[in-house]
Design a protein around this ligand. Structure first.
Ligand code: HXC
Length: 256
């Protein structure tokens, strides 16, 4: 069975659907490799403007595959080079939206946090329960989570392994917004279509500057922002966007 289903729509939205229902979409090497391959392909494919990743109505991803790592040695884990698969997602320059229904636990919560926007079902179940199986988060759970929700909530989540709902995730700043469970995918796709219609170079710069600036000193980050802002005035889409405003018409962006 294909572990990651994919579908590219005419408006530039690539939908990736993790499909390993027999193991609650747990991340084994097959899922990781296929996800990474799709993200690398999408990076080089100009027809892809926005990526939406999702699971099923019941589960986004229930974590790393525990059966596949229970007996592993540290060197085996090292040789699996899972970091390269995560990097393909983290370094994707195009906008990534996670549409989360059901369980987003451990590596699943971390996968969602690799996205730029998270649309969560109100009743989704987020958490970093690794501590309950004797380990700790290993793909950003102690870092991206703390940056998203702050040290004190992140410590509580990681040290107790307690889960929280999609609504709570949105309230604490982990999810961009929570919507009724049945509306998650359509909300994510609608958001993706909205972004896909925006000038792609500006979108790319927003993502690059926001991510790079987050871990830089404020002055450096503000300089990055200024340079990117100025650079956009060399794009045809900037001329088109402002001209269309002045002429009271809809802009037509070409990504140049
Ligand atoms: C391997 C898993 C799995 C996982 C579920 N399954 N989660 N297999 N790895 N993470 C398998 C079960 O073994 C079972 O297989 C089948 O999926 C159905 O799961 P059930 O437990 O029977 O379903 P349910 O009772 O509905 O409970 C769902 C659940 C629970 C709450 C999501 O499965 C669960 O707690 N899963 C583990 C969650 C977790 O601890 N995640 C963190 C993993 S560590 P069989 O063969 O019995 O039918 C991690 C580290 C990340 O993520 C490090 C960096 C990547």
């Amino acid at each position: 069975m294909t572990a990651v289903l994919h579908e590219l729509s005419g408006d530039g939205v690539l939908l990736l659907r993790i499909n390993r229902p027999e193991a609650k979409n747990a991340l084994n090497q097959d899922v990781r490799q296929q996800l990474a391959m799709h993200f690398l392909d999408a990076t080089g494919n100009s027809a892809v403007k926005v990526i939406v990743m999702t699971g099923s109505q019941e589960v986004f991803v229930a974590g790393a595959d525990i059966k596949a790592m229970a007996a592993a040695s540290p060197i085996e884990l090292l040789l699996r080079q899972n970091q390269t698969y995560w990097d393909a997602i983290a370094h994707c320059p195009k906008p990534v939206i996670a549409a989360v229904n059901g369980y987003a636990l451990g590596g699943g919560c971390e996968l969602a946090m690799h996205a730029d926007i998270i649309i969560a079902g109100e009743n989704a179940t987020f958490g970093q329960p690794e501590v309950r199986v004797g380990i700790m988060p290993g793909a950003g759970g102690t870092q991206r989570l703390a940056r998203a929700v702050g040290k004190f909530k992140a410590m509580l989540i990681c040290m107790t392994g307690q889960t929280f709902t999609g609504r709570e995730a949105a309230e604490m700043g982990l999810a961009s917004k929570a919507v009724p469970d049945a509306e998650v995918l359509e909300t994510a796709l609608q958001t993706a279509r909205t972004i896909a219609a925006m000038p792609p170079i500006a979108i790319r710069q927003i993502k690059e500057v926001m991510l790079a600036g987050a871990d830089a000193p404020l002055e450096t980050a503000l300089m990055l922002e200024r340079k990117a802002f100025q650079m956009l005035f060399d794009s045809e889409d900037q001329k088109e966007g402002m001209q269309a405003f002045l002429e009271k018409r809809k802009p037509v962006y070409r990504g140049v």
